[in-house]
Design a protein. Structure first.
Length: 127
């Protein structure tokens, strides 16, 4: 039986590293975007898959449905319901309407949250 050489060990190490990298990319696709991923457009606007928005904003699909039902964001859905996306312009509009930068001069007065158990709004900062 032949003794393993340094070349064999290097190949095995490289193969194991490659398999680990492929597994990591499969578990966390947003951390390792595919370079060859096609840029999709609809009526000339870039398309963003709903899964990417859910991952990027760290929210659930149920939250997106609530935003959609409230008219805050427009979501396109295939007839079968298995593909959902948002146009870049609609996402930009949603972010402008529903988010505020912490560097905005009105940040402390505008940022509100609802009290649990009611609909009253209170500021999150102390006066």
């Amino acid at each position: 039986m032949a003794q393993p050489t340094d070349k064999d060990a290097d190949f095995k190490t490289a193969a194991q590293a490659y398999v680990s990298l492929v597994e990591q990319r499969a578990r966390s696709p947003c951390l390792y975007p595919a370079r060859d991923r096609p840029r999709l457009t609809f009526h000339g606007e870039p398309v963003i898959l709903l899964d990417d928005i859910i991952t990027g904003l760290d929210i659930s699909e149920k939250t997106i449905r609530r935003y959609r039902d409230a008219g805050k964001i427009k979501v396109y859905e295939s007839i079968e319901g298995n593909i959902k996306f948002v146009l870049q312009c609609d996402l930009d509009e949603f972010l402008e309407k529903c988010f505020i930068s912490s560097s905005h001069p009105d940040y402390r007065t505008v940022k509100c949250r609802t009290n649990s158990g009611g609909n009253a709004k209170t500021t999150t900062t102390k006066s």
